[in-house]
Design a protein. Structure first.
Length: 249
């Protein structure tokens, strides 16, 4: 691929990461599949982790007053456990199988929500048992394939939180999860100076995406925000299933 084309494709992937950290969850999951068009998926994941971490810092500042503390107390410890499980079993698990199952869960969840749209849906409270389960799954799949958003959303969406609180909880949770992944990733595939330099060129795109994501989130109504989140979750889930099945190469 032409180096200029590669740069713009990588920059677009970083922009998507920033948009997700700015409050539009699931969009960032498209970044690894996009970069996988021009490099091995694991290299794409390693390249983007610093971008995730830098974008997390901007997202934390943007949503520092908007988050669900009760959900974070449940999700964060469980998510860290999931990361550690992923680290310990990365050589044993089938990334394709995990990716397909996560995509399938996301698709089934969206269909269930849309098919029940005409009936009254009561907001569910935070639940330690379910939150711990989905937190572990989210941490595990985030480590294996940067696919932590669908399990997180399956747990969080039924609570019908205010959009800023939902976005802030997602931003803080994944900021901690991504920070937890730094050392294990370094052990699995050490960063080189060239790799870090390559990632540094993508930081401006990620920061622009973060600010743009926050801007769009503030101006969307709760109804449209959650509809877009669900559509994003559905689209990404289908993409995960397609990738895992090898239907597109």
């Amino acid at each position: 691929m032409n180096p200029d084309h590669y740069f713009w494709l990588a920059s677009f992937g970083a922009l998507l990461v920033g948009l997700s950290k700015g409050g539009l969850p699931a969009i960032g999951m498209l970044s690894v599949p996009i970069l996988s068009l021009v490099m091995p998926p694991m290299k794409a994941a390693v390249l983007l982790l610093p971008i995730f971490v830098i974008s997390d810092m901007a997202g934390i500042w943007l949503y520092r007053r908007h988050f669900s503390a009760v959900n974070l107390r449940i999700l964060v410890p469980a998510g860290i456990v999931g990361v550690l499980i992923g680290w310990g079993t990365v050589s044993l698990v089938s990334e394709r199988a995990i990716t397909f199952l996560i995509g399938l869960m996301g698709v089934l969840f969206c269909l269930q929500v849309w098919l029940r749209r005409g009936s009254a849906q009561v907001a569910k409270p935070a639940h330690r048992g379910w939150g711990s389960l989905w937190g572990v799954v989210s941490g595990f799949t985030s480590f294996i394939s940067h696919a932590g958003a669908p399990p997180f959303q399956i747990y969080m969406l039924p609570q019908q939180l205010a959009k800023a609180q939902f976005a802030g909880t997602a931003t803080l949770f994944f900021a901690i999860i991504n920070a937890t992944k730094i050392v294990p990733y370094q052990f699995l595939q050490p960063y080189t100076l060239a790799g870090l330099r390559e990632a540094a060129f993508l930081i401006p795109s990620a920061l622009i995406g973060t600010v743009l994501g926050a801007y769009l989130t503030k101006r969307l109504t709760d109804k449209w925000f959650y509809l877009l989140v669900q559509i994003g979750l559905f689209g990404v889930s289908v993409r995960l299933m397609v990738n895992a099945s090898g239907w597109m190469g």
